[in-house]
Design a protein around this ligand. Structure first.
Ligand SMILES: *Cc1c(COP(=O)(O)O)cnc(C)c1O
Length: 451
């Protein structure tokens, strides 16, 4: 299996090369050259455990890694989840299901991909004999999940920049209280975009990348998307057989990575009823899927901060298929977008719906779901519980534990959600490494922490 760039100007890469590179050299995103069919595998996969299913799935996409090794990698990655099902599917009423994706070490769905990616980095270090430094910026969940995927791993150092004072206190503790000496949580002044810009600038320095063995951790790595496909297959197999083909997956969305994974699984032959893109008040994707116009606006901070995004980095992969798998058209549209032009795209096909929710609705929804089902949802997951979920079989993806966002949940329900992992963090010392928002300072810091 080879991976090609959405922009068509990179040579085909193997799975390992695509994972190591992250972004394609031409600035595009990697996708399988042709999408394989999952259909003939589905009957065989029915009785597998979550880790076994993930190993089978990755065997198709990363055939250069032997099957036995995939089984080991997946077993290790998902052993740190605190439920034997890894991703439990809960039924709330006759037609409503929740797929709980928050039982990993950092209590958000990003653990599904980043636990595995951490082990792929480790494998790379063992095979090449060269250590690597992972550098990324986060608005909260990605950074902590990446850190927990890499902490304590020999030959790997991880540096995560985040906007000082703008991530939730518990998210900061998840990054800065690990006690691991290969983890560097780096608050910088400004917003997430400022932190992100510093990382991009650092990656612009080829000599620096080479000398530090630098690798980017961000939401566009193909391994992340593939790891997320697995739980759609898993959930689908746990639905009653007569409901699978009508079930609509409802996906709280920011960078479009999660919903893209499900949509790709459908394109590869997983017969589901469709998807709903659930946004918060930063609703560029809602506007696109309802009106066909893709126009970025300013980011307005919300109760669901991990979805406060107006330039969904994984959207380019969807666009590639929308534009007839024509890289020249992708390049043209991406240029228009970069110049801030409003881009008129064809209305997406049937089978993709969208909804949006503002902060007041998020609070009201957390309250209603609690009253109706005696079930607590976090503010991101709440965005999925609109009235559109009624009257059809819905699987709402629960992307974070309510315990990660206790303030909003208490405001809505009077109940304080807790989790032992987070309680334990409150007692630990913070190891912060604050830096000024200057790329030279970031590069010096990374260079000086190579041993
Ligand atoms: C990252 C995140 C999202 C958004 O996922 P995307 O893949 O960016 O669409 C939603 N909810 C939570 C809790 C997250 O951490």
């Amino acid at each position: 299996m080879k991976y090609v760039s959405t922009r068509g100007e990179s040579r085909p890469h193997s799975f390992e090369e695509a994972v190591e590179a992250g972004l394609a050299p031409d600035g595009g995103l990697f996708l399988p050259e042709t999408l394989p069919s999952l259909r003939e595998h589905l009957p065989r996969w029915q009785g597998l455990s979550y880790a076994e299913l993930a190993a089978e799935f990755f065997g198709i996409f990363g055939p250069e890694i032997p099957a036995a090794e995939w089984r080991q990698l997946a077993a290790e990655a998902y052993a740190r989840f605190d439920r034997p099902e890894v991703a439990p599917l809960r039924q709330l009423d006759e037609q409503t299901y929740v797929l709980e994706l928050f039982h990993g070490p950092t209590l958000a769905f990003k653990d599904f991909a980043l636990q595995l990616l951490g082990l792929l980095y480790k494998r790379q270090v063992l095979r090449s004999g060269r250590s690597i430094s992972v550098l990324g910026a986060t608005s909260g969940d990605t950074g902590s999940a990446a850190i927990h995927g890499c902490m304590g791993q020999e030959g790997i150092r991880i540096f995560i920049l985040y906007p000082d004072g703008r991530v939730a206190p518990l998210q900061e503790r998840q990054m800065a209280c690990t006690g691991a000496d290969n983890v560097f949580a780096i608050p910088v002044p400004g917003t997430f975009d400022d932190a992100q810009r510093l990382v991009k600038e650092a990656f612009g320095d080829k000599a620096f990348i080479e000398s530090c063995g630098l690798s980017a951790v961000n939401s566009i790595n193909i391994a992340r998307v593939l790891a997320q496909c697995v739980y759609y297959v898993w959930a689908w197999m746990r639905l009653p057989e007569d409901r699978r083909e009508e079930a609509e997956f409802v996906v709280p969305t920011g960078n479009f990575g999660n919903v893209l994974a499900g949509w790709l699984a459908q394109r590869m032959g997983l017969p589901v009823g469709g998807f709903r893109v659930a946004t918060n008040q930063n609703d560029i994707l809602y506007r696109y899927f309802t009106e066909g116009e893709y126009t970025p606006g300013p980011v307005v901070p919300s109760h669901a901060p991990s979805m406060d995004i107006q330039a969904a980095s994984n959207f380019e992969r969807f666009l590639y298929f929308q534009l007839g798998e024509d890289p020249a058209r992708v390049r043209q549209v991406m240029t228009q977008m970069r110049q801030g032009e409003a881009v008129a795209l064809e209305r997406p096909e049937d089978g993709l719906r969208a909804s949006r929710m503002d902060d007041a609705e998020i609070v009201a929804t957390i309250r209603r779901v609690h009253a109706e089902y005696d079930y607590l949802v976090d503010p991101h997951t709440a965005c999925g519980f609109t009235e559109m979920a009624r009257g059809r079989v819905s699987v709402v993806l629960a992307t974070a534990s309510p315990a990660k966002f206790p303030e909003v949940v208490v405001e809505a329900t009077g109940v304080t959600p807790t989790h032992p992992t987070l309680e334990a963090l409150k007692e630990l010392p913070l190891a912060r490494h604050p830096l000024p928002a200057e790329v030279a300072a970031v590069k010096d810091f990374v260079r000086n922490h190579q041993q």
